[in-house]
Design a protein around this ligand. Structure first.
Ligand code: GLU
Length: 385
C-alpha cells in the first residue's frame, strides 16, 4: 500500500466514524471559554449553538466543561494578580460553577435545549455503586433529551480525589458511558509535528492511528494559563479513549461552526482512531477508573492463557505478588519482563495470593483454610491491554 492509499483509508475511517458517532462527549477548556480573564459569552453562545445542532441531528451529547475557577476569578477581581492557593481555587470554583451554569442555561435555552449539572470526584467513579448511579442518571437524562454538563467537584476534590484535569475526566466519562467519540475543544488548531511557533518545518497532524512515543513527544509539555491540562494531557486522554474503543478529536473550540464543519468532513484538527473493539462498561471501569494497588507477575503459560485464550487467571500461573491489596481491588498483571499485559480485580488478598501462587486451584482450601474461588482473577473482571 502506498502512503496515498494509507491516507485515503484513514480519511475514510475518519468520515465513517463521524457519521456513525451517536453518543458524543465534548470537553471544553477554560482557555476556550475565557478571554482576557473574563467569560467569553460569544464563544459560549457558539458552543451552545454547535452542540444543539448535533443534538437536533439525533445524537446524544454530554458536555464536560471547565471554567468554574475562571468564572469565579472573573467575579472576585481582587484575586487576579497573585498565585492562587488550592483552597482559593476550590472557593473560586464554588463561586464560578453556578455562574457558569447560568450562562450555559441561557445559551442552550435559545435553542430550546435543557441542561443538567453533574459534579464528580474520582472517588465517585471508583466506588462501584456511585459509578452505577452516575451512569444511570446520565442515561436517564439522555433519554429525557437533556444535555448533561459535567465538571469536577472542585469544592471537595483535593489531590487524592482529583481526576488531574478535565481532559482525563472527559476521557473517563467517554469510556464509562460507552460513548463513540470524545471531542476536545481547545485553544490550539491541532497537533503539530513540532512547535509551529519556533520551527518552520512544523506540519499539522490530522489523523493519528496510534498514540505512540512519537505522538506523545509532538505534544510536548505545553500548558495554557487557565486550564490544568495542555496538549500532552489531551493526547493521553485520546490514548485512553482509543484503548477503550472510541475515537477522539482535538481541535479549535473558538472556530465558528466547528462541529458542523468536522461532521461534514472538513479537514480540521487532529483525529484519533480507535484501537480495537469497544470495551464493555464494567471492563472500562476496571481498566481506567480503579487505581491499581499491586502487581502480579505471571509465567508465560498464564500470560498466553489470559491474553490469547480468554481464560481466567489461576494461582498456578502467578510467579510473584507485589503491593498490599484486598479482595476486589485492582492489580496489574505483568510478564517476566515487567510489561503490563492485563489489569483486573482479584478474588483474594495480596497475602493470600502470595501463599497460593504456583499451586493448583485444588490446593487453595488446604493452604488458606478457605476457598472463595478457583481463580485469582475471573475473566469477566480481567481486561487485556
Ligand atoms: N474544574 C476546573 C474548572 O472548572 C478546571 C480543570 C481543568 O481545566 O482541567 O475550573
Amino acid at each position: 500500500m502506498t502512503l496515498q492509499h494509507i491516507k485515503a483509508h484513514e480519511l475514510q475511517c475518519r468520515d465513517a466514524l463521524f457519521a456513525r458517532a451517536k453518543r458524543i462527549v465534548i470537553k471544553v477548556g477554560s482557555a476556550v471559554l475565557t478571554s482576557s480573564n473574563s467569560m467569553n459569552l460569544e464563544v459560549i453562545e457558539n458552543i451552545a449553538k454547535e452542540i444543539s445542532f448535533l443534538h437536533s441531528s439525533g445524537r446524544e451529547v454530554i458536555l464536560v466543561s471547565s471554567g468554574a475557577v475562571a468564572a469565579g476569578k472573573n467575579k472576585i477581581s481582587f484575586i487576579d494578580d497573585r498565585d492562587i492557593s488550592l483552597q482559593e481555587k476550590q472557593a473560586l470554583a464554588a463561586i464560578g460553577q453556578s455562574h457558569l451554569m447560568h450562562i450555559y442555561d441561557s445559551a442552550f435555552l435559545k435553542h430550546g435545549k435543557n441542561i443538567a449539572q453533574a459534579l464528580l470526584t474520582h472517588a465517585d467513579l471508583a466506588h462501584r455503586d456511585r459509578y452505577v448511579n452516575f451512569k444511570n442518571t446520565i442515561f436517564t437524562l439522555l433519554k429525557m433529551g437533556v444535555i448533561p454538563i459535567i465538571n469536577e467537584n472542585d469544592t471537595v476534590a483535593t489531590e487524592e480525589l482529583q481526576f488531574g484535569d478535565n481532559d482525563n475526566l472527559g476521557a473517563l466519562v467517554t469510556n464509562l458511558i460507552e460513548a463513540d467519540m470524545f471531542i476536545c475543544l481547545t485553544d490550539v488548531d491541532c497537533l503539530y509535528t513540532a512547535n509551529p511557533g519556533t520551527d518552520s518545518t512544523a506540519e499539522p497532524v490530522h489523523t493519528v492511528v496510534e498514540v505512540n512515543e512519537d505522538i506523545e513527544r509532538m505534544a510536548g509539555h505545553s500548558k495554557s494559563a487557565l486550564g490544568t491540562g495542555g496538549m500532552r494531557s489531551k493526547i493521553l486522554a485520546a490514548k485512553k479513549v482509543a484503548a477503550g474503543g472510541g475515537s477522539s478529536f482535538i481541535g479549535p473550540g473558538r472556530m465558528e461552526g466547528i462541529l458542523q464543519k468536522i461532521f461534514s468532513g472538513e479537514m480540521i484538527g487532529t483525529f484519533f482512531l480507535p484501537q480495537g473493539r469497544k470495551l464493555q462498561g464494567r471492563k472500562q471501569w476496571i481498566a481506567f477508573v480503579l487505581k491499581p494497588k499491586g502487581i502480579l507477575e505471571l509465567d508465560c503459560g498464564a500470560g498466553q492463557a489470559i491474553c490469547c485464550n480468554g481464560r481466567s487467571l489461576l494461582p498456578s500461573g502467578i510467579v510473584s505478588v507485589k503491593g498490599k491489596f484486598n479482595v476486589g481491588e485492582s492489580v496489574q498483571c505483568v510478564d517476566s519482563e515487567g510489561r503490563i499485559i492485563a489489569i483486573g480485580t482479584t478474588n483474594y488478598r495480596a497475602e493470600e495470593i502470595d501463599r497460593i501462587k504456583g499451586s493448583n486451584s485444588g490446593k487453595i482450601q488446604n493452604i488458606l483454610g478457605h476457598r472463595e474461588s478457583d481463580v485469582v482473577i475471573h475473566r469477566d473482571n480481567l481486561v487485556i491491554l
